[in-house]
Design a protein around this ligand. Structure first.
Ligand SMILES: Cc1ncc(COP(=O)(O)O)c(C=O)c1O
Length: 409
């Protein structure tokens, strides 16, 4: 794949990022199979290209976008092909909230995520002098982290730190609070959904490969056990919370899961739809899962500009480090030509990345070295378009958010 990509992009300047269309469709099909018949809402943070979002959503089985900011959601929802946009993370953007409230079409297409009365207070204050309009659609974010218990008491927290809502009582109190908020005599909000993302299962590789097989096996055994217990707990708690909320309001959707957990989350009867994004591009952080192996659909190239020693070449740029806890797994990985490794003292550099290995001797000034990114969507923050490849040929381009002049986080 990377050899063909390199040949196809020989005339293009670097940096250049490519999206292999057959690999994308393989991944899209694989996610659908794993979802077991439930629709997949596409996590846009893992894509960051409206062209790609549109193409994926045109396929049966994909429905709606899980966006990451309200300005992004407003921009997406202005497109008649993208009429169902749930913002997965809370917003504190005064201008965007007022713009949403003033736009009845956006109000019917965009749903905001909340998890506390403090956020409702902020929204109510921000919209206090808004002209009468449609209610703001809201969804509750239920914390899906795992808190193992001993003797009825929490003894740990495994998962992300997001929502404070955990129980049916928490969710009911938010539901009643949402219903009580008025602007004049009309309802300010409409509760339409609930989301519970089990990050400790969906976003954590269960078969890490650090190069130490004994440590990797031990870690994998423990992780799989934790994930089994956590999944059982989430399924029971999410179902109970949904049942409690549905005593008060009918929910349009209950969203759960991510690329790493589709076949598990789909077994939760309370979940009506799944979320996924990263599995479409197949970045390196999704190489270590036992249940699936995405095709490597996205890569980027940097160009050789110098040769410090016969077995080292230096490419311009390359330091496209992924977000998350800083560590080697956040670094891009050189994949073509094979056999190149980064120099420990420099890693992937801001403007220079030295690469060592036998292949260095064959590389010439101007040749491209191909990398895979650790995360899915962040690669699109570095280029204006993804070059589309099929059968070793360039078949088009997909503008990234950046290429459309957009930066949302
Ligand atoms: C709320 C939520 N749902 C789902 C996902 C899964 O996204 P992906 O499939 O890209 O890993 C994420 C990722 O962080 C998320 O924050």
């Amino acid at each position: 794949m990377w050899r063909l990509a390199s040949a196809a992009c020989a005339e293009l300047s670097a940096p250049v990022a490519v999206l292999n269309v057959p690999a994308l469709s393989f991944n899209a099909g694989s996610l659908l199979r794993r979802a077991g018949g439930k629709p997949i809402r596409v996590a846009s943070k893992s894509i960051r290209s409206k062209d790609v979002l549109r193409a994926v959503l045109a396929q049966e089985g994909y429905a709606g976008i899980l966006a990451f900011t309200l300005p992004e959601a407003l921009w997406l929802a202005a497109d008649d092909a993208l009429t169902d946009v749930v913002v997965a993370y809370p917003t504190a953007d005064t201008h965007a909230l007022r713009a949403l409230a003033a736009d009845p079409q956006a109000c019917s297409r965009v749903t905001l995520m909340v998890d506390s009365a403090e956020q409702l207070d902020w929204m109510a204050a921000t919209l206090a002098d808004a002209p009468p309009g449609a209610p703001i659609r809201l969804a509750l974010d239920l914390d899906a982290s795992w808190r193992p218990q001993v003797g009825g008491r929490d003894v740990g927290h495994i998962g992300v730190r997001r929502s404070p809502l955990r129980s049916g009582a928490d969710a009911i109190s938010m539901t009643l609070d949402i219903a009580s908020r008025k602007l004049g005599n009309r309802p300010l909000f409409q509760l339409v959904g609930l989301m519970a993302y089990e990050a400790q299962i969906a976003g954590l590789q269960d078969t890490p490969r650090t190069g130490n097989p004994v440590a990797d096996l031990a870690k994998s055994t423990i992780l799989k056990q934790i994930q089994r217990s956590s999944m059982a707990e989430v399924i029971e708690r999410r179902s109970n919370v949904v049942a409690a909320v549905e005593n008060i309001v009918d929910l349009e959707f209950v969203n759960g899961g991510g690329t790493g957990s589709l076949e598990l989350t789909t077994q939760d009867p309370s979940v009506t739809e799944l979320a996924a994004g990263s599995g479409l591009f197949g970045p390196t952080l999704f190489d270590g899962y036992s249940r699936f192996s995405p095709a490597h659909a996205v890569g980027f190239a940097a160009q050789v500009v110098r040769r410090p020693t016969p077995d080292i070449v230096t490419v311009l740029g390359g330091g496209w480090i992924a977000s998350g806890p800083a560590g080697a797994d956040r670094s891009p990985v050189p994949v073509y030509p094979p056999g190149l490794t980064m120099v420990g003292t420099e890693g992937a550099g801001e403007v220079q990345t030295p690469l060592r290995g036998a292949a260095a001797a064959q590389l010439r000034i101007g040749d491209k070295v191909w990398f895979r990114h650790a995360k899915s969507g962040e690669v699109c923050e570095h280029v204006d378009e993804l070059v589309l490849l099929d059968g070793g040929k360039i078949v088009g381009g997909a503008l990234t958010y950046r290429g459309e002049g957009k930066a949302f986080v």
